[in-house]
Design a binder for this molecule. Structure first.
Ligand code: AP5
Length: 214
């Protein structure tokens, strides 16, 4: 099963990709996480991406396509993958078509998580993750069961992303509408798009996703 999870910042792509990964052993491939790792390691790619990410703009297509191409090569023959945050422009989608064809892989579904912009600002500014294992939480919608302790690993340190402030979120939403939304039409033309209601609760969105992938 090879999926694209599609939606604006805060739609729940990462939250749902991690759940599908755990339930089905499908690998989550998040370009945002890959870039944050490059930034943390101070690689040339990370140095190029850092300022763009902090300002909410997209990283150039050639940089992203190279990173994803490397990762996809390792996924052939495994349980499948969930692309989270990629493709984000029509040229990225066209490059992905070529990459998949060259590796004899194909997409099964492109799942669009449908949400309202305004709710995304609240979701993103309230998001935090466990510094030890990366489990995701929210100040209002997904608190740890025991205050200050990660449900998954018992860690007690949490972090917030530097681009999760209101000004940058609005830039990211603008970039989404200008550059990423047209990607949906690319996949509609291929008959691959399925929609789920991303304004529903986290468990209900998972249920709808499970229904799509069967
Ligand atoms: P990336 O890391 O991909 O960020 P994003 O697309 O902005 O998506 P988010 O991670 O913010 O949101 P999400 O949909 O995963 O939401 P989540 O599940 O965490 O990209 C970051 C940057 O990297 C970009 O701005 C760009 O610069 C660069 N980049 C990355 N890929 C690129 C590419 N392909 N090309 C060019 N540049 C690229 O949920 C958010 C919060 O809401 C959480 O706290 C969660 O608990 C909560 N929540 C989730 N679902 C629900 C729900 N149903 N109800 C209530 N709360 C919910």
């Amino acid at each position: 099963m090879n999926l694209v999870l599609f939606g604006p910042p805060g739609a729940g792509k990462g939250t749902q990709a991690k759940r599908l990964e755990e339930a089905h052993g499908i690998t989550q491939l998040s370009t945002g996480e890959m870039l944050r790792a490059e930034v943390a390691e101070g690689t040339p790619v990370g140095q190029r991406a850092d300022a763009l990410m902090k300002s909410g703009r997209l990283v150039p297509d050639d940089v992203i396509v190279e990173i994803v191409g490397d990762r996809l090569s390792r996924e052939a023959g495994r349980n499948g993958f969930i692309l989270d945050g990629f493709p984000r422009t029509v040229p990225q989608a066209e490059a992905l078509d070529r990459l998949l064809a060259s590796k004899r892989l194909k997409l099964d579904h492109v799942v669009s998580i449908e949400v309202d912009d305004e709710a995304m600002v609240e979701r993103i500014t309230g998001r935090f993750t466990c510094a030890n294992c990366g489990a995701g939480y929210h100040d209002t919608f997904q608190r740890p069961e025991v205050e200050g302790v990660c449900d998954a690993c018992g860690g007690t340190e949490f972090t917030r992303r530097s681009d999760d402030n209101e000004v940058t979120v609005r830039e990211r939403l603008a970039a989404y509408h200008a550059e990423t939304e047209p990607v949906l039409r690319h996949y509609e033309a291929q008959g691959l798009v399925r929609k789920v209601d991303g304004m529903a609760g986290i468990d209900e969105v998972t249920r709808q996703l499970e229904a799509v992938i069967g």
